[in-house]
Design a binder for this molecule. Structure first.
Ligand code: NAP
Length: 293
């Protein structure tokens, strides 16, 4: 069994990005710039934005966090999005989700210029991706593809079962792995909370992607011997022994599932760091596009 080391792979990807940034700067161009808009005080979102800011520093990007109170109105948030869309010094920006309940995530996503949509959530971006056109891939699915490539995992003709159908993880990764070429050519089954006989379906999978957000949901009895298991889940579980008061759990019962797998991602240290590195990759792509415009 091979542990797919997201830290190692993401560091390798960030080193490549840093080298590209160095080339840009040597050629007299400015550094790529990523802005994160953080509305409210959700603890996990603050941690994620902190990680993104740190990664920007690591790869040599400029970055900025626009912090807005939980009471921010739709008009106030729209004004910030419009300003960032128009600001030539900003290559890409993200509005960290989830948003406070009174704000529409769909409306916010649609307001972001597709040119700066480095999260890859805009419907135009999604349409391009599904059509197989060049697009910013959403960072978590892109990170999964990078891991598959790094470990040379065979995908053609494999049965891939994705658990979870969100627009940011399950649906796009199911789509991408069904595309022609590598990493793709899978036969994909997309499962969700209304799927009948889920255990039986997962048992038939060569590749399992768990993205449902239920700690340790995927158990050893659901896994075929030699399967590849990719765990996207991040759930905080109360743990008084930790300073923070919680620990992070994945969607897979790792200790019991790992011995049956050919490859498996740990949580933390699997898909999570890849997601951040792929956001950096999208921002670099946005900066490269800007200089071509
Ligand atoms: P989400 O929007 O909450 O969607 C969860 C999906 O799982 C839904 O499609 C839901 O089905 C399905 N589901 C829930 N319970 C189920 C069950 N018992 N059986 C089968 N399917 C079930 O989730 P998300 O945003 O995609 O996130 C999923 C997990 O990944 C979360 O833990 C999140 O924190 C984590 N995540 C990690 C990263 C990373 O970088 N590692 C990035 C993004 C998300 P219905 O559609 O029928 O409700």
């Amino acid at each position: 069994m091979v542990i797919m080391d997201g830290k190692e792979v993401s560091e390798a990807l960030k080193r490549k990005i840093t080298a590209e940034v160095d080339k840009m700067v040597s050629a007299g161009r400015r550094r790529p710039k990523l802005v994160a808009v953080l509305v409210g005080d959700d603890g996990a979102s603050q941690v994620y934005v902190g990680h993104k800011e740190r990664a920007c520093g690591q790869v040599g990007f400029d970055s900025e966090v626009v912090r807005m109170p939980a009471s921010t109105t739709a008009d106030e948030l729209n004004a910030v999005i419009d300003r960032l869309n128009a600001d030539d010094s900003v290559d890409g920006f993200i509005v960290q989700l989830p948003l406070p309940g009174h704000l529409s995530e769909e409306a916010v996503i649609e307001r972001i210029s597709p040119l700066k949509d480095v999260d890859g959530f805009h419907p135009e971006t999604t349409g391009r991706m599904i059509s197989g056109l060049d697009a910013y891939l959403p960072a978590t699915p892109a990170g999964i593809l990078e891991l598959i490539k790094y470990y040379n995992i065979e995908t053609a003709g494999k049965h891939c079962v994705v658990i979870g159908r969100s627009n940011i993880v399950g649906r796009p990764i199911a789509n991408l792995l069904s595309m022609k070429g590598y990493p793709g050519d899978c036969t994909v089954t997309l499962c969700h909370s209304r799927t009948a006989d889920l255990k039986e379906i997962v048992r038939g999978a060569d590749i399992v992607i768990a993205a449902l957000g239920k700690a340790h949901f995927v158990t050893a009895d659901m896994i075929k011997e030699g399967a590849v298991v990719i765990d996207v889940g991040i759930t905080r579980i109360a743990d008084p022994s930790k300073k923070s008061g919680f620990r992070i759990a994945g969607d897979v019962d790792y200790d019991n599932v790992a011995p049956k797998c050919s490859y498996i991602t740990p949580v933390p240290g699997g898909v999570g760091p890849m997601t951040i590195a792929c956001l950096m990759q999208n921002t670099l792509k946005a900066a490269e596009r800007r200089t071509k415009r």
